[in-house]
Design a protein around this ligand. Structure first.
Ligand SMILES: Nc1ncnc2c1ncn2[C@@H]1O[C@H](COP(=O)(O)OP(=O)(O)O)[C@@H](O)[C@H]1O
Ligand SMILES: [Mg+2]
Length: 393
């Protein structure tokens, strides 16, 4: 992309094509990955403002941490992350989802199409919840829909900026400090009562939000509104009011689907379906062709992507100890080195990529500065492409 005749390239690798969105954390760009030739989405972290309630860096790192271990056909895959030293900003790169947001994508579709998309979202949430990850910001703009050449629709969930935020010490400290103001996260139209009350949410909070999302998809209007656009009024309604049943607004909605949406939106988490799987099973009671709880593709997601690194725990620990001593304890009295040798196929690269993952994780989670992170990272990267002997640092 030429911006004022200047090609913008991030991290020496990603050419900006255009801006996709501007949100809470920062800008999201469509970029061309020079290395792979693939299009990708790059999300940057806006510089923090004084007085921000939630440390943006914390939220950003949490998003990266959450995403990096996920591998599911209905969740946008994270590809890379790092810090662009020229621009002085952190970034996360994910697969580019060429699609529309859920609300737009369902505008002219059938109820059956929407129901299929609901089931796909439920499978993705089932996977997330099995890993004890709660998205906590489900809304149509965070659920993208890709239309295939054969007109099939595929869901991709994005934006894990709030995922498991409530688990964090940061949130708990704030909740203690300022209990009336911990409920500002999320989007009022889709926020669950327990989140509004500042209680610890779980998978059932996502079920509530998803109920609201599909209420909106099927009726073309959000369940609770405020004429004066007051988020507190919307929150109050989530706590105390029942919206008109979806079927009262759109008579074409089958009664079982109407009932499922209403139970998903129960005020008390205990009265909602126990799990996303239970919702699909409930739907199947009314279907002549039942939905698969897991498809061939989604079932694969539960298998580890790569086998665990077995038999190298001691080596990995040695690497971590050296790294920790040098970087964290700032002990520069010694020059640590690690020689990695072995015949072809002995697992040198695999071991080194595990070291890289570790360093990258530390960089993105423990606020390692670029200066601390970069030399180790570069050494390891160089080592991985060389053949025989690798000297660390
Ligand atoms: N992987 C992606 N593919 C396509 N568009 C994306 C992708 N990630 C984000 N976007 C676009 O950018 C917008 C903002 O990104 P998001 O991750 O939701 O950030 P925020 O936390 O600011 O809401 C999204 O609503 C979507 O339109
Ligand atoms: Mg978003």
């Amino acid at each position: 992309m030429l911006r004022g005749f200047i090609m913008v390239v991030y991290a020496n690798r990603y050419e900006e094509i255009k801006r996709l969105g501007h949100g809470v954390t920062g800008n999201v760009y469509l970029a061309n990955d020079i290395k792979s030739g693939q299009k990708c989405a790059m999300k940057f972290l806006k510089r923090p403002h004084r007085g921000d309630r939630l440390s943006p860096l914390m939220s950003f790192k949490r998003e990266f941490e959450t995403l990096k271990g996920l591998n599911h056909p209905n969740i946008a895959k994270v590809l890379d992350s790092g810090y662009d030293k020229n621009f002085g900003e952190y970034y996360i790169v994910t697969e580019f989802v060429q699609g529309e947001d859920l609300f737009t994508a369902t505008e002219n579709g059938t109820i059956q199409d929407s129901e299929d998309l609901l089931v796909q979202t439920l499978r993705a949430l089932n996977y997330l919840h099995s890993k004890k990850i709660y998205h906590l910001d489900l809304k149509p703009p965070n659920i993208l829909v890709v239309r295939g050449s054969d007109n099939t629709l595929t869901i991709k969930i994005i934006d894990f900026g709030y995922a498991n935020f409530f688990e964090s010490a940061d949130y708990k400290a704030r909740a203690k400090e300022d209990p009336d103001n911990v409920n500002i996260l999320g989007t009022p139209a889709y926020t669950s009562p327990e989140v509004i009350k500042g209680e610890t949410p779980d998978g059932r909070s996502d079920i509530y939000s998803l109920g609201c999302v599909f209420y909106t998809v099927l009726t073309r209007g959000v369940p609770f509104t405020s004429e004066v656009d007051d988020p507190h009024e919307v929150h109050w309604k989530h706590l105390h009011k029942s919206p008109p049943p979806p079927i009262a607004i759109n008579q074409n909605i089958p009664p079982y689907l109407n009932d499922i949406i209403i139970t998903m939106m129960a005020k008390e988490a205990d009265r909602r379906p126990l799990s996303c799987e239970a919702i699909i099973k409930e739907m199947n009671l009314f279907k002549t062709t039942p939905y698969e709880i897991e498809t061939k593709e989604t079932r694969m997601s539960y298998l580890p992507e790569r086998g665990a690194l077995i038999g190298r725990e001691v080596d990995l620990k040695r690497f971590r100890d050296l790294y920790f001593k040098r970087i964290k304890l700032e002990d520069y009295s010694f020059t640590p080195f690690l020689i990695v040798t072995g015949g072809s196929g002995s697992g040198k690269s695999r071991f080194l990529s595990e070291c890289i993952n570790y360093v990258r994780g530390e960089f993105c989670t423990n606020i390692l500065s670029w200066k601390e992170f970069n030399p180790t990272f570069r050494t390891l990267k160089r080592a991985i492409s060389s053949e025989v002997v690798i000297v660390y640092q």
